[in-house]
Design a protein around this ligand. Structure first.
Ligand code: DX5
Ligand code: ZN
Length: 234
């Protein structure tokens, strides 16, 4: 089992390539193509109920943990009733375990459970969900993920209104003394990573903009370089 995420020790912006766009027949080879340019790996777990797609289960997280013992494995659970799965995903070696507000009536309980299991708890909301719905649990999490596409598929267009949510989360973090990281997921690439950082995002997930390119390591460098312009301009 991985240890908890030392939230404040990461230099931002944090770039997290999403393996959903990696080569499904050679995920290890896809990660090797990153040449260590990434900060975290983002793994999208889909159950065919909460989202209209299926992906993978704890076995992939376990295989990643075994091959890369020191990597941050940022696991995004797009599943109904995540409370039924967090134990397996924690045991498999997840670093961050993020659950959807919309997927459980027991959000508070499952976030506590994730921390008890030795992982960093994260909470996430779909584009149609107001950010106010997670206000009561912000003191429990290490990470808040704002979906900037409707979850289920890579390669969709970025929904600009998402940055209103990240800005609000940034203000609340300051006002209430929280220390969560703010992550954005969906439709991000070199063309809008600066905008995301200006909007308060600490962690940038990118799938197709990384792996659907001839040189994923160059793509990560480019996303980071442009994101840093967002920091400088702020
Ligand atoms: C979508 C997933 C994303 C996806 C992002 O449901 O949560 O992590 O991989 O893909 P891009 O970056 O291609 O939008
Ligand atoms: Zn994701």
């Amino acid at each position: 089992m991985a240890g908890p995420l030392p939230v404040k020790s990461w230099k931002r912006p944090i770039i997290a390539p999403s393996l959903l766009s990696a080569d499904p027949l050679d995920i290890g080879g896809s990660v090797d193509l990153l040449q260590g340019e990434q900060d975290w790996l983002h793994l999208d777990v889909m159950d065919g109920h909460f989202v209209p797609n299926l992906s993978y289960g704890p076995a992939l997280i376990e295989a990643c943990r075994s091959r890369w013992p020191d990597f941050v494995l940022d696991v995004h659970l797009m599943v109904d009733r995540p409370e039924d799965f967090v134990e397996d995903f924690a045991r498999a070696g997840s670093t961050v375990l993020t659950v959807h507000q919309e997927a459980t009536p027991h959000l508070h309980r499952v976030l506590h459970r994730i921390r008890d299991l030795g992982c960093s708890p994260g909470v996430t909301i779909n584009p149609g969900t107001p950010v106010e719905t997670i206000k009561p649990v912000l003191d429990l999490v290490d990470l808040v993920l704002v979906m900037s596409v409707n979850p289920g598929f890579g390669g969709q267009g970025f929904i600009p209104g998402s940055l209103e949510k990240t800005r609000l989360l940034c203000c609340w973090r300051e006002a209430f003394g929280h220390d969560y990281l703010i992550e954005i997921d969906g439709g991000i690439g070199p063309g809008n990573s600066a905008q995301a950082v200006k909007g308060g995002c600490d962690v940038i997930v990118a799938g197709s903009a990384v792996f659907n390119t001839p040189e994923p390591s160059v793509a990560v460098r480019e996303i980071r370089a442009r994101a840093l312009e967002g920091v400088i301009c702020d």
